[in-house]
Design a protein around this ligand. Structure first.
Ligand code: M6R
Length: 354
């Protein structure tokens, strides 16, 4: 591979498989959490930075669907200076690839002081966060060298889906479509493998940004999590100004930015809200936007020239294949602009200072 980022994108089927190893039979196997008394938990906090924060937003969404406990996701840099009512009835989940991020570590220490129950999701064995948390669950992404996180993120999504299913089970909640979810989780390595074959199409779309300084990402519900991550990936390695919006928020301000040729990357993988997103997209097309649509099967609009379909998958897992396309889009946009893909300016792999 020319760059670590390309290598790490390609490794995703394997590392997702490793992360799922021994975790799924006809239910989720997570003995680390067997003793967690969900009846004692009154609030859940998800705390992380950057891409790991986006993974936490994903878990928050699943938690809101399945649990009747209030669940809040907060960037660690905000959490540590905010006044959150954490106590011994709080469950605090920290997500970090490196396990060394200063803000996440400080938030973890503060939660421990307040006697909260703490769980870490880390990629690096024996890292500071993994040593301090009461329980650590590991993603098996292997060393991630490129500053832009790819395989660590998708393994976080995979493990967090398992963790939220386990919490639902411990809380005695019956999850709708449970068997389908488990089936599609197990099939993730193959699904992701098939996405790697779509690179040529995303490479073609990346050339749309040749003359553009801005890109806007839109989506609803879980697609909003994916567009946040897609926009972060694009800005950090290609230096294109990229923003992510809830599709339904466009008309409340951002649509003023759309003009002839503006690149809009839209996601419509969540079928129950796809028609709403499609009409938001058509509003941008009417103002001259050049739209790339990443969509689930069955979602369609004749007005969108560039469409790419993800394989059939449970909607709660659709962000995984969609993210692969967004990673490829960012990668090729950066390469076309001659940027240093692995070592973008001003960024460090692990932010160990405030
Ligand atoms: O090691 P961590 O997961 O705690 O790092 C958090 C962020 O610094 C990290 O995800 C950052 O946003 C990445 N460069 C994004 O690609």
């Amino acid at each position: 591979y020319e760059t670590f980022m390309e290598k790490e994108i390609a490794e995703q089927p394997f590392v997702i498989k490793e992360t799922l190893r021994s975790r799924i039979e006809d239910h989720i196997l997570m003995p680390e959490l067997d003793d967690l008394a969900m009846e004692d938990i009154h609030a859940i906090y998800m705390i992380a930075c950057g891409t790991a924060y986006h993974a936490s937003l994903y878990a928050q969404y699943l938690g809101r669907e399945w649990l009747s406990i209030p669940i809040q996701c907060v960037p660690a840099s905000e959490f540590r200076y905010g006044n959150y009512p954490v106590d011994e009835h709080s469950l605090c989940l920290f997500v970090s690839q490196s396990g060394e991020t200063a803000d996440t570590l400080a938030a973890l220490k503060a939660c421990k002081k307040k006697n909260a129950k703490t769980i870490a999701v880390c990629n690096v064995l024996d890292s500071s966060i993994s040593r301090i948390a009461d329980t650590t669950l590991y993603t098996c992404a292997g060393p991630e060298i490129a500053v832009a996180s790819t395989k660590a993120y998708t393994t976080q999504l995979t493990l967090l889906a398992c963790i939220m299913l386990k919490l639902a089970e411990l809380a005695k909640v019956e999850v709708n479509g449970y068997d389908q979810l488990l089936h599609d989780l197990k099939a993730l390595p193959e699904t992701i493998e098939s996405m790697l074959g779509m690179e040529a199409q995303m490479k073609g779309y990346a050339s749309f940004l040749k003359e553009q300084q801005d890109a806007y990402f839109i989506g609803r519900q879980l697609d909003y999590v994916s567009v946040l991550e897609g926009a972060l990936k694009l800005k950090e390695i290609s230096y294109v100004h990229a923003d992510a919006y809830y599709a339904g928020e466009l008309k409340h301000g951002p649509i003023a930015l759309i003009e002839e040729g503006t690149v809009v990357i839209a996601l419509a993988t969540q079928k129950d809200v796809a028609s709403k997103t499609i009409s938001n997209i058509e509003e941008t097309i009417a103002r001259g936007a050049n739209v790339i649509l990443i969509k689930a099967k069955g979602v369609h609009s004749d007005k969108i020239a560039h469409q790419i379909e993800i394989p059939d998958i449970h909607p709660y897992l659709a962000c995984l294949p969609a993210t692969i396309l967004l990673q490829q889009f960012a990668l090729w946009s950066a390469k076309e602009k001659g940027c240093n893909v692995d070592q973008p300016r001003n960024l460090a792999k692990s932010v160990t200072v405030e």
